[in-house]
Ligand binder design. Structure first.
Ligand SMILES: Cc1cc2nc3c(=O)[nH]c(=O)nc-3n(C[C@H](O)[C@H](O)[C@H](O)COP(=O)(O)O)c2cc1C
Length: 390
Protein backbone atom coordinates (compact mmCIF):
# COMPACT_ATOMS: atom_id res chain seq x y z
CA UNK A 1 0.00 0.00 0.00
CA UNK A 2 2.77 2.38 1.03
CA UNK A 3 4.82 1.53 -2.07
CA UNK A 4 1.78 2.04 -4.26
CA UNK A 5 1.16 5.41 -2.65
CA UNK A 6 4.74 6.54 -3.18
CA UNK A 7 4.72 5.34 -6.75
CA UNK A 8 1.49 7.21 -7.45
CA UNK A 9 2.89 10.32 -5.82
CA UNK A 10 6.04 10.37 -7.92
CA UNK A 11 4.19 9.47 -11.11
CA UNK A 12 1.65 12.21 -10.63
CA UNK A 13 4.35 14.72 -9.74
CA UNK A 14 6.43 13.84 -12.78
CA UNK A 15 3.46 13.87 -15.12
CA UNK A 16 2.43 17.30 -13.93
CA UNK A 17 5.97 18.57 -14.10
CA UNK A 18 6.53 17.40 -17.65
CA UNK A 19 3.27 19.10 -18.63
CA UNK A 20 4.34 22.31 -16.89
CA UNK A 21 7.79 22.21 -18.43
CA UNK A 22 6.46 21.95 -21.94
CA UNK A 23 3.95 24.72 -21.32
CA UNK A 24 6.60 26.89 -19.78
CA UNK A 25 9.11 26.30 -22.55
CA UNK A 26 6.47 27.45 -24.96
CA UNK A 27 5.54 30.48 -22.84
CA UNK A 28 9.09 31.73 -22.34
CA UNK A 29 10.32 30.88 -25.80
CA UNK A 30 12.59 28.24 -24.32
CA UNK A 31 14.40 30.76 -22.08
CA UNK A 32 17.03 29.56 -19.64
CA UNK A 33 15.02 30.57 -16.59
CA UNK A 34 14.04 26.99 -15.70
CA UNK A 35 17.27 25.17 -14.83
CA UNK A 36 17.18 21.55 -13.70
CA UNK A 37 17.14 22.49 -10.05
CA UNK A 38 13.99 24.51 -10.59
CA UNK A 39 12.29 21.43 -12.03
CA UNK A 40 13.00 19.63 -8.76
CA UNK A 41 11.09 22.35 -6.94
CA UNK A 42 8.27 22.03 -9.42
CA UNK A 43 8.18 18.30 -8.73
CA UNK A 44 8.09 18.97 -5.02
CA UNK A 45 5.32 21.54 -5.46
CA UNK A 46 3.23 19.15 -7.53
CA UNK A 47 3.84 16.28 -5.10
CA UNK A 48 2.68 18.44 -2.21
CA UNK A 49 -0.62 18.94 -3.97
CA UNK A 50 -1.43 15.31 -3.25
CA UNK A 51 -1.74 16.17 0.42
CA UNK A 52 -4.46 18.22 2.06
CA UNK A 53 -3.68 21.93 1.73
CA UNK A 54 -2.66 22.56 5.34
CA UNK A 55 -0.36 19.53 5.54
CA UNK A 56 1.19 20.54 2.21
CA UNK A 57 1.68 24.09 3.44
CA UNK A 58 3.31 22.95 6.67
CA UNK A 59 5.63 20.63 4.70
CA UNK A 60 6.53 23.42 2.27
CA UNK A 61 7.41 25.75 5.15
CA UNK A 62 9.54 23.04 6.80
CA UNK A 63 11.39 22.46 3.52
CA UNK A 64 11.96 26.17 3.06
CA UNK A 65 13.30 26.49 6.62
CA UNK A 66 15.72 23.65 5.90
CA UNK A 67 17.08 25.60 2.92
CA UNK A 68 15.49 23.32 0.30
CA UNK A 69 13.78 26.15 -1.58
CA UNK A 70 14.83 27.54 -4.97
CA UNK A 71 17.45 30.28 -5.10
CA UNK A 72 17.37 33.23 -7.47
CA UNK A 73 18.99 36.62 -7.02
CA UNK A 74 16.06 38.99 -6.62
CA UNK A 75 18.07 41.87 -8.15
CA UNK A 76 19.19 40.16 -11.33
CA UNK A 77 16.77 42.10 -13.55
CA UNK A 78 17.97 45.72 -13.49
CA UNK A 79 14.78 46.93 -15.18
CA UNK A 80 12.73 45.58 -12.25
CA UNK A 81 14.47 47.59 -9.49
CA UNK A 82 12.00 50.05 -8.07
CA UNK A 83 11.06 52.20 -5.08
CA UNK A 84 7.70 52.05 -3.30
CA UNK A 85 6.81 54.23 -0.30
CA UNK A 86 10.51 54.87 0.29
CA UNK A 87 11.41 51.15 0.19
CA UNK A 88 14.08 50.09 -2.30
CA UNK A 89 12.81 46.89 -3.89
CA UNK A 90 15.09 44.68 -6.03
CA UNK A 91 11.94 43.74 -7.96
CA UNK A 92 8.24 44.54 -7.54
CA UNK A 93 7.03 40.98 -6.88
CA UNK A 94 6.14 40.39 -3.25
CA UNK A 95 4.93 37.47 -1.20
CA UNK A 96 1.44 38.27 0.11
CA UNK A 97 0.48 37.89 3.77
CA UNK A 98 -0.82 34.54 5.00
CA UNK A 99 1.83 32.26 3.53
CA UNK A 100 4.21 32.90 6.42
CA UNK A 101 1.93 33.89 9.28
CA UNK A 102 4.52 33.31 12.01
CA UNK A 103 7.62 34.77 10.33
CA UNK A 104 9.27 31.36 9.95
CA UNK A 105 10.82 31.59 6.50
CA UNK A 106 11.03 35.16 5.16
CA UNK A 107 14.70 34.72 4.19
CA UNK A 108 14.00 31.56 2.19
CA UNK A 109 11.32 33.43 0.26
CA UNK A 110 13.63 36.39 -0.36
CA UNK A 111 16.25 33.88 -1.55
CA UNK A 112 13.67 32.39 -3.95
CA UNK A 113 13.62 35.77 -5.70
CA UNK A 114 10.78 37.73 -4.10
CA UNK A 115 11.47 41.46 -4.04
CA UNK A 116 9.75 41.74 -0.66
CA UNK A 117 7.97 39.47 1.79
CA UNK A 118 5.01 40.25 4.02
CA UNK A 119 4.74 38.03 7.11
CA UNK A 120 1.60 37.71 9.26
CA UNK A 121 -1.22 38.28 9.91
CA UNK A 122 -0.04 38.28 13.51
CA UNK A 123 -2.42 38.96 16.40
CA UNK A 124 -1.41 39.90 19.96
CA UNK A 125 -2.31 36.52 21.47
CA UNK A 126 -1.90 33.08 19.84
CA UNK A 127 -5.04 31.91 18.12
CA UNK A 128 -6.25 28.49 16.88
CA UNK A 129 -8.36 29.80 14.03
CA UNK A 130 -11.45 28.05 12.68
CA UNK A 131 -12.00 24.27 12.73
CA UNK A 132 -10.48 22.21 9.90
CA UNK A 133 -10.88 21.72 7.01
CA UNK A 134 -10.50 25.44 6.34
CA UNK A 135 -8.43 25.67 3.16
CA UNK A 136 -9.78 24.33 -0.14
CA UNK A 137 -7.97 24.03 -3.46
CA UNK A 138 -10.24 24.77 -6.40
CA UNK A 139 -7.84 23.21 -8.89
CA UNK A 140 -9.95 23.48 -12.09
CA UNK A 141 -10.43 27.18 -11.30
CA UNK A 142 -6.80 27.75 -10.23
CA UNK A 143 -8.22 29.21 -7.03
CA UNK A 144 -8.21 28.76 -3.26
CA UNK A 145 -10.90 29.31 -0.64
CA UNK A 146 -9.70 29.81 2.93
CA UNK A 147 -11.46 30.46 6.20
CA UNK A 148 -8.42 30.09 8.46
CA UNK A 149 -9.45 32.89 10.82
CA UNK A 150 -6.01 34.29 11.69
CA UNK A 151 -4.51 31.09 13.11
CA UNK A 152 -1.10 32.16 14.40
CA UNK A 153 1.37 31.73 17.25
CA UNK A 154 0.93 35.26 18.54
CA UNK A 155 3.10 38.32 18.86
CA UNK A 156 5.81 37.03 21.25
CA UNK A 157 6.89 34.15 19.01
CA UNK A 158 6.63 36.35 15.92
CA UNK A 159 8.74 39.18 17.34
CA UNK A 160 11.45 36.75 18.51
CA UNK A 161 11.84 35.46 14.96
CA UNK A 162 11.62 38.90 13.35
CA UNK A 163 14.26 40.33 15.67
CA UNK A 164 16.45 37.24 15.17
CA UNK A 165 16.66 37.75 11.40
CA UNK A 166 16.99 41.56 11.44
CA UNK A 167 20.70 41.53 10.55
CA UNK A 168 19.99 39.73 7.29
CA UNK A 169 18.41 42.70 5.52
CA UNK A 170 15.87 42.43 2.71
CA UNK A 171 12.43 43.99 2.77
CA UNK A 172 10.28 42.10 5.28
CA UNK A 173 6.98 43.74 6.14
CA UNK A 174 4.61 42.71 8.92
CA UNK A 175 0.87 42.37 8.50
CA UNK A 176 -0.95 42.96 11.79
CA UNK A 177 -4.49 42.14 12.94
CA UNK A 178 -6.78 41.71 15.92
CA UNK A 179 -7.72 38.70 18.03
CA UNK A 180 -11.20 37.37 17.33
CA UNK A 181 -12.30 37.73 20.97
CA UNK A 182 -10.63 41.07 21.62
CA UNK A 183 -12.52 43.80 23.52
CA UNK A 184 -10.47 46.47 21.78
CA UNK A 185 -9.64 45.48 18.24
CA UNK A 186 -8.11 48.83 17.37
CA UNK A 187 -5.94 48.46 20.47
CA UNK A 188 -4.70 45.13 19.06
CA UNK A 189 -3.53 46.84 15.87
CA UNK A 190 -1.74 49.53 17.87
CA UNK A 191 -0.10 46.94 20.13
CA UNK A 192 1.12 44.79 17.23
CA UNK A 193 2.45 47.79 15.32
CA UNK A 194 4.42 48.93 18.36
CA UNK A 195 5.99 45.52 19.02
CA UNK A 196 7.11 44.84 15.43
CA UNK A 197 8.14 48.39 14.56
CA UNK A 198 11.88 48.15 15.22
CA UNK A 199 12.60 45.35 12.81
CA UNK A 200 9.76 45.53 10.30
CA UNK A 201 10.57 47.13 6.94
CA UNK A 202 6.95 48.26 6.88
CA UNK A 203 3.72 47.53 8.75
CA UNK A 204 0.36 46.67 7.16
CA UNK A 205 -2.92 47.03 9.05
CA UNK A 206 -5.16 44.25 7.75
CA UNK A 207 -8.82 45.20 8.03
CA UNK A 208 -9.97 43.05 5.17
CA UNK A 209 -9.98 39.39 6.16
CA UNK A 210 -13.49 37.98 5.71
CA UNK A 211 -12.80 35.26 8.31
CA UNK A 212 -12.79 37.33 11.49
CA UNK A 213 -16.42 38.33 11.99
CA UNK A 214 -16.86 42.11 11.95
CA UNK A 215 -13.26 42.92 10.99
CA UNK A 216 -14.22 44.35 7.62
CA UNK A 217 -16.48 46.88 9.37
CA UNK A 218 -13.25 48.74 10.19
CA UNK A 219 -13.38 49.82 6.53
CA UNK A 220 -16.41 52.02 7.28
CA UNK A 221 -15.83 55.74 7.76
CA UNK A 222 -16.30 56.14 11.55
CA UNK A 223 -14.36 53.01 12.53
CA UNK A 224 -11.65 53.63 9.97
CA UNK A 225 -11.14 57.21 11.19
CA UNK A 226 -10.75 55.90 14.72
CA UNK A 227 -8.29 53.18 13.63
CA UNK A 228 -6.20 55.49 11.48
CA UNK A 229 -6.25 58.23 14.13
CA UNK A 230 -4.96 55.88 16.83
CA UNK A 231 -2.36 54.38 14.52
CA UNK A 232 -1.13 57.86 13.57
CA UNK A 233 -0.81 58.88 17.20
CA UNK A 234 1.05 55.69 18.18
CA UNK A 235 3.22 55.94 15.12
CA UNK A 236 4.55 59.41 15.90
CA UNK A 237 5.90 58.12 19.24
CA UNK A 238 7.51 55.13 17.50
CA UNK A 239 9.09 57.35 14.85
CA UNK A 240 10.59 59.53 17.57
CA UNK A 241 11.97 56.47 19.42
CA UNK A 242 13.07 54.19 16.57
CA UNK A 243 12.79 56.06 13.27
CA UNK A 244 10.23 56.04 10.48
CA UNK A 245 8.61 53.07 8.77
CA UNK A 246 6.01 53.04 6.01
CA UNK A 247 2.49 52.16 7.18
CA UNK A 248 0.15 50.37 4.76
CA UNK A 249 -3.53 49.47 4.85
CA UNK A 250 -4.89 46.31 3.21
CA UNK A 251 -8.43 46.40 1.91
CA UNK A 252 -11.02 43.97 0.56
CA UNK A 253 -12.09 43.79 -3.07
CA UNK A 254 -15.75 43.77 -2.04
CA UNK A 255 -16.20 47.56 -1.94
CA UNK A 256 -18.53 49.84 -3.86
CA UNK A 257 -17.42 53.14 -5.38
CA UNK A 258 -18.59 55.19 -2.43
CA UNK A 259 -16.58 53.05 0.03
CA UNK A 260 -13.55 53.31 -2.26
CA UNK A 261 -13.91 57.11 -2.25
CA UNK A 262 -14.13 57.20 1.56
CA UNK A 263 -11.10 54.97 2.07
CA UNK A 264 -9.06 56.92 -0.50
CA UNK A 265 -9.88 60.20 1.25
CA UNK A 266 -8.99 58.88 4.71
CA UNK A 267 -5.72 57.13 3.86
CA UNK A 268 -4.43 60.39 2.42
CA UNK A 269 -5.71 62.48 5.35
CA UNK A 270 -4.17 60.13 7.93
CA UNK A 271 -0.87 59.99 6.04
CA UNK A 272 -0.62 56.33 5.23
CA UNK A 273 2.15 55.34 2.82
CA UNK A 274 0.50 52.75 0.56
CA UNK A 275 -2.67 50.77 0.09
CA UNK A 276 -2.72 47.02 -0.65
CA UNK A 277 -5.58 46.08 -2.97
CA UNK A 278 -6.72 43.43 -2.24
CA UNK A 279 -7.45 40.64 0.19
CA UNK A 280 -9.66 37.66 -0.77
CA UNK A 281 -13.26 38.07 -1.98
CA UNK A 282 -16.51 36.75 -0.56
CA UNK A 283 -17.94 36.78 -4.08
CA UNK A 284 -18.37 33.51 -5.99
CA UNK A 285 -18.18 34.19 -9.74
CA UNK A 286 -20.59 32.01 -11.73
CA UNK A 287 -17.84 30.50 -13.87
CA UNK A 288 -16.32 28.54 -10.94
CA UNK A 289 -16.55 24.80 -11.54
CA UNK A 290 -14.72 23.12 -8.61
CA UNK A 291 -16.76 21.00 -6.19
CA UNK A 292 -15.73 23.15 -3.24
CA UNK A 293 -16.75 26.47 -4.81
CA UNK A 294 -19.56 27.07 -2.30
CA UNK A 295 -17.35 26.62 0.79
CA UNK A 296 -17.47 29.72 2.97
CA UNK A 297 -14.40 31.92 3.29
CA UNK A 298 -12.30 34.14 1.05
CA UNK A 299 -11.69 33.25 -2.58
CA UNK A 300 -8.26 33.97 -4.11
CA UNK A 301 -6.26 33.04 -7.20
CA UNK A 302 -7.24 33.36 -10.85
CA UNK A 303 -10.95 34.21 -10.35
CA UNK A 304 -9.92 37.11 -8.10
CA UNK A 305 -7.74 38.69 -10.77
CA UNK A 306 -10.41 40.69 -12.60
CA UNK A 307 -12.35 41.57 -9.46
CA UNK A 308 -9.31 42.91 -7.60
CA UNK A 309 -7.77 44.63 -10.65
CA UNK A 310 -11.00 46.55 -11.24
CA UNK A 311 -10.99 47.77 -7.62
CA UNK A 312 -7.28 48.59 -7.89
CA UNK A 313 -7.99 50.76 -10.94
CA UNK A 314 -10.84 52.53 -9.11
CA UNK A 315 -8.49 53.27 -6.20
CA UNK A 316 -5.85 54.57 -8.63
CA UNK A 317 -8.43 56.94 -10.11
CA UNK A 318 -9.63 58.08 -6.67
CA UNK A 319 -6.13 58.59 -5.29
CA UNK A 320 -4.76 60.46 -8.34
CA UNK A 321 -1.20 59.43 -7.53
CA UNK A 322 -1.29 60.73 -3.93
CA UNK A 323 -0.47 57.28 -2.55
CA UNK A 324 1.19 54.23 -4.12
CA UNK A 325 -0.82 51.04 -4.54
CA UNK A 326 0.25 47.42 -4.19
CA UNK A 327 -1.82 45.03 -6.28
CA UNK A 328 -2.72 41.54 -5.06
CA UNK A 329 -5.22 39.02 -6.42
CA UNK A 330 -4.61 36.42 -9.09
CA UNK A 331 -1.06 37.37 -10.04
CA UNK A 332 0.43 34.22 -11.59
CA UNK A 333 2.53 35.41 -14.57
CA UNK A 334 4.46 38.35 -15.97
CA UNK A 335 1.36 39.37 -17.91
CA UNK A 336 -0.92 39.47 -14.85
CA UNK A 337 1.76 41.36 -12.87
CA UNK A 338 2.10 43.91 -15.68
CA UNK A 339 -1.69 44.30 -15.93
CA UNK A 340 -1.80 45.21 -12.21
CA UNK A 341 1.07 47.66 -12.70
CA UNK A 342 -0.64 49.31 -15.65
CA UNK A 343 -3.85 49.53 -13.62
CA UNK A 344 -1.94 51.58 -11.03
CA UNK A 345 0.11 49.23 -8.83
CA UNK A 346 3.70 50.18 -8.02
CA UNK A 347 4.32 46.60 -6.89
CA UNK A 348 2.36 43.34 -6.70
CA UNK A 349 1.94 40.49 -4.24
CA UNK A 350 0.86 36.88 -4.72
CA UNK A 351 0.05 33.78 -2.73
CA UNK A 352 -2.44 31.38 -4.38
CA UNK A 353 -0.36 30.78 -7.51
CA UNK A 354 2.34 29.33 -5.24
CA UNK A 355 -0.10 26.60 -4.21
CA UNK A 356 -0.18 25.39 -7.80
CA UNK A 357 3.32 26.23 -9.02
CA UNK A 358 5.61 26.30 -5.98
CA UNK A 359 8.17 28.97 -5.10
CA UNK A 360 10.09 28.55 -8.38
CA UNK A 361 7.26 30.61 -9.86
CA UNK A 362 8.61 33.94 -8.64
CA UNK A 363 11.70 33.84 -10.86
CA UNK A 364 9.58 32.94 -13.85
CA UNK A 365 7.21 35.86 -13.22
CA UNK A 366 10.14 38.25 -12.82
CA UNK A 367 11.71 36.99 -16.02
CA UNK A 368 8.45 37.35 -17.94
CA UNK A 369 7.74 40.80 -16.50
CA UNK A 370 11.21 42.00 -17.43
CA UNK A 371 10.77 40.73 -20.99
CA UNK A 372 7.29 42.26 -21.34
CA UNK A 373 8.44 45.67 -20.06
CA UNK A 374 11.31 45.58 -22.56
CA UNK A 375 9.06 44.51 -25.44
CA UNK A 376 6.63 47.33 -24.70
CA UNK A 377 9.39 49.94 -24.55
CA UNK A 378 9.32 50.64 -20.80
CA UNK A 379 12.77 51.30 -19.33
CA UNK A 380 11.59 50.43 -15.81
CA UNK A 381 8.61 49.46 -13.65
CA UNK A 382 7.90 53.08 -12.65
CA UNK A 383 7.22 54.11 -16.25
CA UNK A 384 4.50 51.47 -16.60
CA UNK A 385 2.70 52.30 -13.32
CA UNK A 386 -0.80 53.54 -14.14
CA UNK A 387 -0.28 53.37 -17.91
CA UNK A 388 -3.85 52.13 -18.21
CA UNK A 389 -5.81 53.60 -15.31
CA UNK A 390 -8.73 54.77 -17.45
C1 LIG B 1 -4.50 30.39 2.63
C2 LIG B 1 -4.49 31.89 2.63
C3 LIG B 1 -4.26 32.58 3.80
C4 LIG B 1 -4.24 33.97 3.82
N1 LIG B 1 -3.99 34.64 4.99
C5 LIG B 1 -3.91 36.00 4.99
C6 LIG B 1 -3.58 36.70 6.16
O1 LIG B 1 -3.30 36.12 7.21
N2 LIG B 1 -3.54 38.05 6.11
C7 LIG B 1 -3.81 38.75 4.96
O2 LIG B 1 -3.74 39.98 4.96
N3 LIG B 1 -4.10 38.10 3.82
C8 LIG B 1 -4.16 36.75 3.81
N4 LIG B 1 -4.46 36.10 2.64
C9 LIG B 1 -4.75 36.88 1.42
C10 LIG B 1 -3.51 37.06 0.55
O3 LIG B 1 -2.52 37.78 1.21
C11 LIG B 1 -3.87 37.80 -0.76
O4 LIG B 1 -4.26 39.12 -0.46
C12 LIG B 1 -4.99 37.13 -1.54
O5 LIG B 1 -4.91 35.73 -1.43
C13 LIG B 1 -4.97 37.52 -3.03
O6 LIG B 1 -3.77 37.12 -3.64
P1 LIG B 1 -3.64 35.72 -4.48
O7 LIG B 1 -4.81 35.67 -5.43
O8 LIG B 1 -2.33 35.84 -5.16
O9 LIG B 1 -3.69 34.66 -3.47
C14 LIG B 1 -4.48 34.70 2.61
C15 LIG B 1 -4.70 33.99 1.42
C16 LIG B 1 -4.70 32.61 1.41
C17 LIG B 1 -4.94 31.89 0.11
Amino acid sequence: MKAYFLHALVENALGETIRLCSLRKHATGGSKITPRRMFMHDIAAQALRLFDPETAHRAALSGLKLGLGPRTRSDRWTRLKTKVAGLDLPNPIGLAAGFDKNCEAPDAMLAAGFGFVECGTVTPRPQEGNPRPRIFRLAPDRAVINRLGFNNEGLDAFVDRLDGRAHRGGVVGVNVGANKDSDDRIGDFVLCMGRVWRHASYVTANISSPNTPGLRRLQERGALEELLGRLREARSALVAAHGGRPLFLKVAPDLDESAIGTIAELVVRYELDALIVSNTTIERPEHLTADDREESGGLSGQPLFQISTRVLRLFAQALEGKLPLIGAGGVDSGATALAKIKAGASAVQLYSALVYEGPGLVARIAQELDALLGAEGFSGVGEAVGAETV
